[in-house]
Write a protein that binds this ligand. Structure first.
Ligand SMILES: *Cc1c(COP(=O)(O)O)cnc(C)c1O
Length: 222
């Protein structure tokens, strides 16, 4: 397993580097290993290969894996649709970054709990860049306004950028357009640092569109 995962990781890093260098030599692209379909053993193995950031999309899975791997210094990213009744459970594990802040209601509910516990949480605002019904996130036309409003009203949420999932299609031009929509919004936000776009099937295109954080699952754990 170690050899296989190490090989996958090296291949992914190599492809990220090629895409990055082709667009912007000075940009650093972070790799989040999406472990939602993987076991704690696989995560521990990827850790020994040097990977530190892992992403989960269900609070229960994050809970189980984070507690089983508590002795390892892992950086947990939450990338799924967070329900209000799971907020306490998520905060208990001090996630490094909530990548999927998808609504004002969620932001307000988070703010209440954070304030009560005197904690801060770094988060990315999720953009529904292709306006797909199947996806959560803010519609592109309200992103700037809502970003400013959450910064203003939810002081314990530290917004540091945007996250988006590429359009669900085989058409490269349509995926590209969805990435560019998010890229344009990102460029208009002062002090935003993280632009999280790109999964196993489209991360090179995402990097070409300015992504500095890719979330890879299947290509790493295959
Ligand atoms: C599952 C998931 C990924 C990783 O997807 P792969 O195609 O397996 O790389 C990335 N981001 C989010 C939000 C996901 O849910």
């Amino acid at each position: 397993m170690q050899t296989r995962l190490n090989q996958n990781l090296l291949e992914a890093i190599d492809r990220i580097e090629k895409a990055r260098i082709a667009t912007d030599r000075r940009r650093i692209v972070q790799l989040v290993a999406v472990s939602k379909y993987s076991s704690k053993e696989e995560i521990a193995t990827l850790y020994t290969c040097g990977q530190r950031a892992f992403g989960e999309n269900k609070v229960q899975d994050l809970q189980q894996k984070a507690s089983a791997l508590e002795t390892l210094p892992l950086e947990w990213h939450f990338i799924g649709a967070l329900q209000s009744n799971k907020i306490n459970a998520l905060l208990h594990w001090n996630p490094y970054l909530l990548q999927s802040l998808h609504s004002l209601e969620l932001a307000q509910a988070l703010q209440l709990r954070l304030e009560r516990e005197n904690k801060n949480l770094k988060a990315l605002m999720q953009v529904n860049s292709a306006k797909e019904e199947s996806k959560s996130g803010f519609m592109p036309e309200v992103v700037l306004e809502m970003y400013a409003r959450i910064q203003e009203e939810c002081r314990n949420i530290k917004l540091c950028g945007l996250m988006s999932i590429g359009a669900h299609t085989e058409e490269r031009a349509v995926i590209q357009k969805s990435f560019e929509t998010t890229q344009n919004l990102f460029a208009q936000i002062k002090d935003a640092e993280i632009l999280s776009m790109g999964m196993s099937g489209d991360f090179e295109l995402a990097i070409a569109c300015g992504s500095n954080c890719v979330r890879l699952g299947s290509t790493l754990f295959k």
